[in-house]
Design a protein around this ligand. Structure first.
Ligand SMILES: [Zn+2]
Ligand SMILES: [Zn+2]
Length: 269
């Protein structure tokens, strides 16, 4: 990149490339801070408001090992499923920008904190749940949440329990997430009268966030739903956990299809 090129700002880019302005989307940055979030609070890596009548999810990959049937005997280790870990819990009241399905006001995300060496494409095998807070509270909570044993999991995949302080901001796509035709005509228009070129856009907000544009660290890899619709970015988890060599985990869903199908992607260096 030319060293003397001016730093692009969202404003200068909007002037040079008018259609760039049309790509602005609101995102909700979750701003996690290590803490002790309660079960009725939005959190990253905190306890989840989980219905008593629903079994806690497990990951049953073949290469997973767990303790035997006697929980006090920590020397007996057998092949078996391991409990998923809480990743994210969002109450509608805390994330006004997030559109919930009708009758739902709570979004929960869990994933497996163990390595999936047999198939790295599985990475964390997340699961997503849309729920109704009042229904869970009325039906009773699951208090005996199984925990994955220390030493078993990959610490990189476990977020520190954190409270959230959501803020809204304007977000733009990363360069490789721009529409192709815009990218192709971009370069000549980025020349300033001085002859310098403005750098490619970098007004994409990196962080754990809801909505807006994915905070890819590698080329964009957007999923389509089974009906062929391009899926919409739901949330990005990045920066607040290590995820090994990976940049982030990105969730997408399709609002055009019944049942709100969702999918996820991750990028590794
Ligand atoms: Zn697993
Ligand atoms: Zn669809």
């Amino acid at each position: 990149m030319p060293g003397e090129a001016p730093e692009p700002t969202a404003k200068s880019l909007r002037t040079l490339i008018p259609e760039y302005a049309g790509l602005a989307r609101d995102t909700v940055l979750l701003n996690p801070e290590p803490g002790d979030p309660g079960v009725r609070e939005s959190s990253l890596g905190g306890k989840l408001l989980w219905p008593a009548d629903e079994p806690w999810p497990y990951c049953a990959q073949e290469d997973h090992w767990t303790f035997g049937s006697d929980p006090s005997n920590r020397t007996e280790i057998v092949p078996g499923a391991v409990p998923m870990v809480p990743i994210l819990q969002l109450f509608a009241r805390d994330v006004p920008g997030l559109e919930f399905p009708e009758g739902k006001d709570l979004l929960q995300l869990v994933w497996c904190a163990l390595m999936h060496e047999q198939d790295p494409r599985l990475l964390v095998m997340p699961r997503l749940y849309w729920r109704n807070e009042a229904e869970i509270v009325a039906g009773g909570l699951l208090y005996e949440v199984p925990e994955v044993s220390e030493g078993e999991y990959d610490e990189d995949n476990m977020p520190e329990p954190s409270t959230l302080s959501p803020t809204t901001a304007e977000d733009y796509p990363r360069w490789l997430d721009l529409p192709k035709d815009m990218r192709e005509t971009w370069e000549p228009r980025l020349r300033l009268p001085s002859g310098h070129a403005v750098w490619p856009p970098d007004s994409n907000l990196i962080g754990t966030k809801v909505g807006g544009w994915p905070a890819w660290t590698q080329p964009a890899d957007r999923p389509d739903c089974e009906s062929g619709h391009g899926m919409e970015h739901l949330l990005t988890i990045t920066g607040d956990i290590q995820l090994g060599d990976c940049g982030g985990v990105y969730f997408f869903h399709c609002r055009r299809c019944p049942g709100l199908p969702w999918d996820w992607r991750f990028d590794c260096h």
